[in-house]
Design a protein around this ligand. Structure first.
Ligand code: ATP
Ligand code: MG
Length: 153
């Protein structure tokens, strides 16, 4: 099975926008992938993006500012989810994808969670031969990028 990442992102962000707006926040979507077809399970990838958006909301200050982008880079289709939230210090970057791991400090407003979202994300990305990257700065924000191989490349 294959699916169009651009269309999928339009749908997910369209559904998520209400949650962001209810906190007076902003969700910007930039669709820049010219070659958006990916092989895989659209339902699972939709859940992956939903998990990243959920985190972007949870680990932001009162007014969430979130940007979702699609683009092509070399032979990959990239989806990035960027927030201006509390950030994750470098020492934790390797562990956040582990099951049940939660950053012990900085959960400023006692957000709840099991530490499972990112382990699911990683599992699904891996099973699609994809890669996930995190760039983050404490108190500035976090950007997760997921790269999937383009079809026929
Ligand atoms: P769950 O997703 O199971 O409800 P969770 O959000 O705590 O719980 P993960 O989504 O796996 O678990 O994230 C693991 C940890 O990584 C979080 O507890 C948080 O400390 C940190 N984290 C994840 N995303 C962000 C983000 N966008 N900004 C800051 N910290 C983050
Ligand atoms: Mg989570």
């Amino acid at each position: 099975k294959e699916f169009d990442v651009n269309k999928m992102i339009e749908t997910v962000t369209g559904n998520f926008e209400l949650r962001v707006k209810s906190k007076n926040g902003n969700l910007i979507t930039e669709i820049n992938a010219d070659d958006p077809m990916v092989k895989g399970d659209e339902v699972h990838i939709t859940n992956v993006v939903f998990n990243l958006l959920d985190n972007a909301m949870k680990y932001s200050q009162e007014i969430p500012e979130i940007k979702v982008t699609t683009y092509n880079k070399k032979e990959f289709v990239v989806i990035s989810v960027e927030d201006k939230g509390i950030g994750i210090s470098k020492e934790h970057h390797a562990q956040i994808f582990d099951r049940f791991y939660r950053v012990p400090t900085g959960n400023i407003h006692n957000v709840k969670g099991f530490g499972l979202g990112l382990s699911y994300v990683k599992k699904i990305v891996d099973s699609h031969n994809g890669t996930i990257k995190v760039e983050s700065a404490v108190n500035k924000g976090t950007k997760f990028s997921i790269l999937f191989p383009q079809i026929n490349k």
